[in-house]
Design a protein around this ligand. Structure first.
Ligand code: BGC
Length: 341
């Protein structure tokens, strides 16, 4: 299936009134993806679509948390958006939702943070690629038009972790068409795109990016060894769900495995001439010991930065959290692992 066939539909429905863009005060200036990755440095994922904040519900998040994130030493935030449920029947994102996105983007930019708008409806897409194609094209018409005047520190990520029905054949075709949508209004904004199988580094060789588009940053996610980072996680495969007591103690072979994985990513990056953003990595706290999680986090973060990748830790609060939003304190061992003193 080609998303292309849906473009005329998307064009027809997406002639929304362009709401005043966030942060138009600083004009857009093109920046190379390499320079952008260098500037992004260490980041975190925050205020995900899962959060009640997006629907005006009760939440532990407040916009002033961006001050704390910056003060702690992070320079980038990745915002996982569930946009599909905010599309009306004509393919427009509702005004209330745009208002909330603007508040988030403005607060992040006011703190000098790079802000990534990450489309995170990957589970819906995995199950129904046809429906996803229409929604995704409408969403990118809307977001691109809305943010066309935003400074270059606003970056678009087309789709988190394509998987299931969104295989490499479909994804390679969609990404060309989605980029075409974005480029109509944002010819030089950097766009983040990752490979299939949940942004697996193993699928990097399958990714086919348009050669003439030089404003692309490539992303991958890293949760290896998965039986350590996801032990006891209810959303993992049945075997991993049942695991507990798995340790990660930084043995030479454990560290070497991470370095070897990142060496391969860096080789691909060099050969393909595309800089890298490690957009998610983290270890879940249900059965993972804090000292092991902190050591793994430090090892992954250090190795990623040594390899020249920008990073974003998964996640701000909750089970992977670098922040305890209940007590309003940082989880020191994880923060120190991410932002070494
Ligand atoms: C998913 C989260 C999950 C995390 C780690 C993310 O991409 O959206 O639900 O907790 O990966 O598994």
């Amino acid at each position: 299936m080609r998303l292309f066939s849906l473009l005329s539909l998307a064009t027809a429905v997406a002639l929304s009134p362009v709401v005043a863009s966030a942060q138009t005060s600083a004009p857009f200036e093109a920046i190379s993806p390499e320079a952008q990755v260098a500037k992004m440095g260490a980041g975190i994922n925050v205020i995900g679509g899962y959060d009640a904040w997006w629907d005006g519900g009760e939440t532990k998040f407040s916009l002033s948390d961006f001050d704390k994130i910056r003060a702690a030493g992070f320079s980038t935030v990745r915002i996982p958006l569930f946009t599909f449920k905010h599309l009306d029947k004509d393919g427009h994102l509702d005004a209330d939702y745009f208002k909330r996105i603007d508040q988030v983007v403005d607060a992040a930019l006011a703190n000098g943070l790079t802000v990534i708008l990450d489309e995170h409806d990957f589970e819906t897409c995995a199950k129904d690629a046809d429906a996803c194609a229409t929604s995704l094209s409408n969403v990118w018409y809307e977001l691109s038009a809305h943010f066309k005047a935003a400074p270059n520190s606003v970056i678009f990520e087309l789709l988190n972790e394509p998987n299931g029905q969104v295989d490499d054949k479909i994804w390679n075709s969609w990404l060309v068409d989605l980029l075409a949508i974005v480029r109509e209004t944002n010819p030089e904004r950097n766009v983040i795109i990752g490979p299939t199988h949940w942004n697996s580094r193993n699928d990097l060789p399958l990714l086919q990016l348009p050669e003439n588009d030089r404003h692309i940053i490539v992303t991958f996610h890293y949760y290896d060894p998965f039986h350590f980072t996801h032990q006891g996680a209810s959303w993992a495969d049945p075997e991993t769900q049942k695991l507990s007591g798995i340790r990660w103690q930084g043995k030479p072979e454990e560290v070497a495995a991470i370095n070897a994985d990142f060496d391969k990513v860096a080789e691909w990056s060099k050969a393909s001439n595309r800089p890298i953003f490690l957009g998610e990595f983290g270890a879940y706290d249900k059965f993972g010991k804090l000292e092991d999680r902190a050591l793994w986090t430090r090892t992954v973060s250090e190795s990623a930065h040594k390899h020249g990748f920008a990073t974003a830790y998964w996640y701000w609060d909750g089970g992977f959290g670098v922040y305890d939003a209940e007590k309003k304190v940082w989880v020191r061992p994880i923060l120190d692992a991410l932002i070494p003193k």
